[in-house]
Every structure is written in structure tokens, then in C-alpha cells.
Design a protein around this ligand. Structure first.
Ligand code: URP
Ligand code: ZN
Ligand code: ZN
Length: 472
């Protein structure tokens, strides 16, 4: 009788720190042995000549998140995790979002029900705290953190979500007391509203003016303020979807002063610019409306530098899936609508890994170790899932990607989300995940192998991020 359910032979395994040639023996969904010439498995996959990385951990995506009508996210836990798996991601962390007036516990229970029986891969939840009442702060949030919901997002913009500074301090204080990690969407809501009104009054309502209403200054100011609030409370925070130089400078300043400020960025800030929102008033630009907006090529380079030098801990998709040609998506009132009413967000769960492997690693911009750190190990550590997730190690879940290196042109029709476009249509890529394994089961090998309900809700531990060095 074979010891292993599956052996992956002749892998070129890559972790955040090492590369090594080995066979990977898998038993009961976990990596049981790494070594040369392992005994035969019940099944075998020959990975000769191919790189094997940990499956991706996409720590920022929006699946079946309740939205103000008529808006609806195109992907739920079925289609979203299908798309993730086909793109080499084996763990997703979407958001259980509290609506104002709603109990946080009710938001979590509602979200649990939305996921149940649907997910093809494992998942955890971040919380979104939009109404920090005394009950939320003193009872619900501490209890949920104890139950394994150890991270939550707070917004400094969006009317239905935003917190004022006093509320942010209260929420950060709970994070500090209970060892949770707060993720901050840093954009100044009042500046955005002021600019939006002026643009609308001047008749500048096309999608491209979304970027004019959210210049980098509004992100810089909010990033600075979030850092100051975290310093006051003395708690680490993670700034999400950082778009360019001015926010990066704030984070570098904070770190140089010994503050534990962590950061996430996303593919849109490497591969899109504000011009993708339109160089004329075409409505097509709505496809790339997201917040913060993509900037310019110089800022793309700033983000590449931050990915390489350790500024960023997490590379997420911020998959916010809205159909383009649909009233529940990017066209709430046809094309006759001010940019302020266009749902914010773009799809990217399935393309995140291949974009960074292809344009980062294979294009010589990034080491494979850094790729693994950013797409798997870093997010797993930040959100308390490491070492079960995010690495290739004995005892870890057998969540793996076996890469195929081949050139092709990316088309939305190849993807498995429910969105009717990809912002990266027509891009020439050099690789795609050939096989994705979720806890030792093949979920993607050029065909998607559905296993609805097999994905488990993970209880997250406390974040295990290294503190930044204190300045002298
Ligand atoms: O535009 C974006 N990023 N939409 C998704 C919601 C969010 O703020 O992450
Ligand atoms: Zn956000
Ligand atoms: Zn988001």
C-alpha cells in the first residue's frame, strides 16, 4: 500500500526563501514529505522542468458582497472561487461587510450563509466595520476576533462605509487590545466630494473624471492621517491598495520612524494607468474605474520598487467584479451617468498570479522568492493563516501551483469569472498556472474540476508580521 495519495515528481519547488528540486508527497490533503526518490503514490504528477509554487492567497477580493441596489457583484463564492482556482489561487479572503445599523455578528452570519456549500477552495473572512457602536466595539468585535476573524477593513471614504477619525481611533484601539490587524482604505472623502461637485458642475462627468476626483493628494493625506491615528493608538495597520508615490512616501516615512505600517498593492497599479479610464469621454473607461484610480507609468515603477524592496507585504487582486454592460454593474443608468455613480472596482482574481509571474519573475523584474512572498506567504502571515497556508513545507496544506511557461494573448473568454471583460484584454503573457491543487486535489489542469462546498471556512490566528526596525 502506498503511503501517499499523490506524489508530485521532480518539482522545482520555490518558497519565499528557497528553491530546491524535490518530490512532494501528499497525504490527507497535506504535504507529508519533501525529498528525492519518494515512494510511489496512489497517483503521480510529473512536474519535470516545471516550477511549483505555493497556491496563491488572495487577501483582498469582494465576492457576493451586499451592495446598494441595483448594484450586484457578478461573482459569488461559486464563480469567484472557480475563477481563483483556475488562476492559481487556493485561498481567498473576501469581506463580511457590516451595513450601517446592522450588527457585525449578523453581517458575519449572513456572509457565512452566502459561502456555504459553494466555495471550491478554502476561504476566510475579513470584517468591514462601518458602524462601530458601543456593542460592536465592546462585545461583537472582540468575540469575533476570538473566533478567528482577526482582521477588519475600515474606510476613510464611501458614504455608506466611511468612519470619522474618532471612530477610527476607537476601532484601532480594539485591534490593539485584541491583537487584530486593521486594513485601511485611505482616501479623503471630503476632498473627493468637493472635487466631484466641481467636476459635475463643469459637465465633466465621463468615467475618466473619476481619476480627477481622486488625485494622489487625497490618498496621500488619508494615508498620512491613518498612520498618525495608528501611531497615537500604538497599533500596526495595513494600508490597502496603495497606488503610487505619494502614499508610498508616507509609508516609508512611517517605517523609518519605527512604526509598524504594512502595505498592500494590486495589479492595476502595475499594469493600468489613468488613461485606461479614457483619453476621451468614452464610457468604456468605466471598466477601469476603481479606487484609488490607476496613476501613470512613473508611479507604476514606484510600485515595482516597493514590491521588490519589502515595502509591500501583500499583493492582492482587489477583485470587485461588476459587469460592464449591465445595469447591476457599470451601467446603472446606461451611459448617461456621472462617474460618481459607477460602481468602483475591477475584476482580477484569476489574472493576479499570472500577471506577476509573467511580468515580474519571467520578465526579470522580481525574484521567484519575492513573488511567493507577495502572493502567498506574506498574506498568509498577515492574516494568521501561516504556516498552514502560503508555503511549501511539511505539514502545510497541499495548495500548490505547477506552472506552464508558454506565450499567449490574454482574452476574457479564457477566464472563469462572471464578468464580461478583463482590464488586461490583449496582454501578451508568458505563463499561466498549468495545474492548481487545493489540499491535494486537482482543481485546475486546463479544465476546472468543480468541488462546490469542499472549500472550508478558515479560522484565522493572530497576524505574524515582523515588526519594523525602530529608528535610532
Ligand atoms: O475600487 C475599489 N477598490 N473597489 C472595491 C472596494 C474597495 O474599496 O476595496
Ligand atoms: Zn478599498
Ligand atoms: Zn477592495
Amino acid at each position: 500500500m502506498s503511503d501517499f495519495d499523490l506524489v508530485i515528481r521532480n518539482a522545482r519547488a520555490v518558497t519565499a526563501s528557497d528553491s530546491f528540486d524535490c518530490d512532494i508527497g501528499i497525504r490527507a490533503g497535506r504535504i507529508a514529505q519533501l525529498g528525492l526518490d519518494l515512494a510511489a503514490g496512489k497517483r503521480e504528477i510529473d512536474a519535470a522542468g516545471r516550477t511549483v509554487t505555493p497556491g496563491g492567497v488572495d487577501a483582498h477580493c469582494h465576492l457576493d458582497q451586499p451592495m446598494p441596489p441595483p448594484t450586484r457583484t457578478a461573482d459569488d463564492f461559486d464563480t469567484g472561487t472557480r475563477s481563483a482556482a483556475c488562476g492559481g489561487t487556493t485561498t481567498v479572503i473576501p469581506f463580511a461587510a457590516q451595513q450601517k445599523g446592522q450588527s457585525l455578528r449578523a453581517a458575519v452570519e449572513d456572509y457565512r450563509a452566502r459561502a456555504a456549500g459553494k466555495a471550491h477552495i478554502d476561504y476566510a473572512f475579513h470584517l468591514i466595520v462601518s458602524d462601530p457602536t458601543p456593542t460592536v466595539l465592546q462585545e461583537e468585535l472582540p468575540a469575533l476576533i476570538r473566533e478567528g476573524f482577526t482582521s477588519f477593513k475600515i474606510y476613510m471614504t464611501y458614504d455608506d462605509m466611511k468612519l470619522d477619525d474618532g471612530q477610527i481611533l476607537d476601532v484601532l484601539d480594539v485591534a490593539r487590545q485584541h491583537g487584530a490587524l486593521a486594513m485601511v482604505h485611505a482616501e479623503n472623502a471630503d476632498c473627493i466630494e468637493w472635487l466631484t461637485r466641481r467636476l459635475e458642475a463643469a459637465g465633466r462627468t465621463a468615467p475618466r473624471f473619476h481619476a480627477h476626483a481622486r488625485p494622489m493628494l487625497v490618498e496621500r493625506e488619508a494615508t498620512h492621517r491613518a498612520i498618525a491615528l495608528a501611531e497615537l493608538v500604538d497599533v500596526p495597520i495595513l494600508i490597502v491598495h496603495v497606488s503610487g508615490r505619494e502614499a508610498v512616501e508616507q509609508i516609508r516615512w512611517a517605517r523609518a520612524h519605527g512604526l509598524n505600517i504594512f502595505a498592500e498593492t494590486c495589479p492595476q497599479y502595475l499594469f493600468l494607468t489613468a488613461e485606461d479610464l479614457g483619453i476621451d469621454d468614452s464610457y468604456k473607461g468605466a471598466k477601469c474605474v476603481c479606487s484609488p484610480p490607476p496613476r501613470d507609468r512613473a508611479n507604476q515603477q514606484v510600485i515595482w520598487d516597493g514590491l521588490n524592496d519589502g515595502l509591500f507585504t501583500v499583493f492582492s487582486s482587489d477583485h470587485a467584479p461588476f459587469k460592464f454592460d449591465a445595469p447591476e454593474g457599470k451601467k446603472p443608468n446606461g451611459e448617461e451617468v456621472s462617474f460618481r455613480h459607477i460602481p468602483n472596482g475591477i475584476p482580477g482574481l484569476e489574472t493576479r498570479m499570472a500577471l506577476l509571474w509573467s511580468e515580474g519573475v519571467l520578465a526579470g523584474r522580481m525574484t521567484p522568492h519575492r513573488f511567493v512572498e507577495l502572493t502567498a506567504t506574506g498574506p498568509a502571515k498577515a492574516y494568521g493563516l501561516h504556516p498552514r497556508k502560503g508555503t511549501i513545507a511539511i505539514g502545510a496544506d497541499a495548495d500548490l501551483v505547477i506552472w506552464d511557461e508558454r506565450e499567449f494573448v490574454l482574452r476574457n473568454e479564457q477566464l472563469h469569472h462572471e464578468v464580461d471583460y478583463t482590464p488586461y484584454e490583449g496582454m501578451r503573457l508568458k505563463a499561466w498556472p498549468g495545474i492548481t491543487l487545493s489540499r491535494g486535489e486537482v482543481v485546475w489542469d486546463g479544465q476546472f474540476h468543480a468541488r462546490p462546498g469542499e472549500g472550508q471556512l478558515l479560522a484565522c490566528g493572530k497576524p505574524s508580521l515582523l515588526p519594523q526596525r525602530r529608528a535610532d
